[in-house]
Write a protein that binds this ligand. Sequence first.
Ligand SMILES: Cc1cc2nc3c(=O)[nH]c(=O)nc-3n(C[C@H](O)[C@H](O)[C@H](O)COP(=O)(O)O)c2cc1C
Length: 178
Amino acid sequence: MDLGRSVPEALVWQLLENGTWAPTHGLTEPWKFHVFAGEARVRLAEALPMIYKEVTPVAEVREDKLVKLGQNPLLAPVVIACCVEKRGGEKIPFLEEVEAVACAMQNVMLSATAAGLGSFWSSPPVLGSAAFGSWLGLGEGDLCVGLLYLGWVKEGRVMAEVPRRPVAEKVVWHPDTP
Ligand SMILES: Cc1cc2nc3c(=O)[nH]c(=O)nc-3n(C[C@H](O)[C@H](O)[C@H](O)COP(=O)(O)O)c2cc1C
């Protein structure tokens, strides 16, 4: 992403508003977006490796992961930690709240694409940890489900197109008659 070109705050708000048009069972609107832009990304870049070390058994700590966690938030002008706030009580299964937030995130990404921005959904291992939740200030039972990286694509750089399997492999079209 082009770090020399900032993403206007108004555009970020517009993308997030589009996010909120996602389907939501019982209208619980379980999404909460924690936006890190500018210098706030530095605090995120400091926190992620620290929390990774805290929640990973010493023998499993990987140096490459530590480095990446500290670098990635600085590689995009905007990073949004997308979280699920549990508001459905007993009625709405938590899985459905997660699904609604995933839909909201896809709305944000589609809107970003339409605006000419690049976007990337990442889920570093610390994301679901209580330590990261408490660093973000999430309530008990709430969950961060993804970091969305947003930014203008560097000039002359073609966005990677990762091919998908043919759709026919993923469809069972049930015939009119058995
Ligand atoms: C829930 C979820 C978590 C993901 N986490 C990661 C991740 O941690 N690291 C990664 O490289 N890609 C991750 N991805 C995949 C990328 O966001 C992306 O979809 C993939 O690289 C294919 O690129 P494309 O969607 O632009 O075609 C995740 C996707 C989803 C839906």
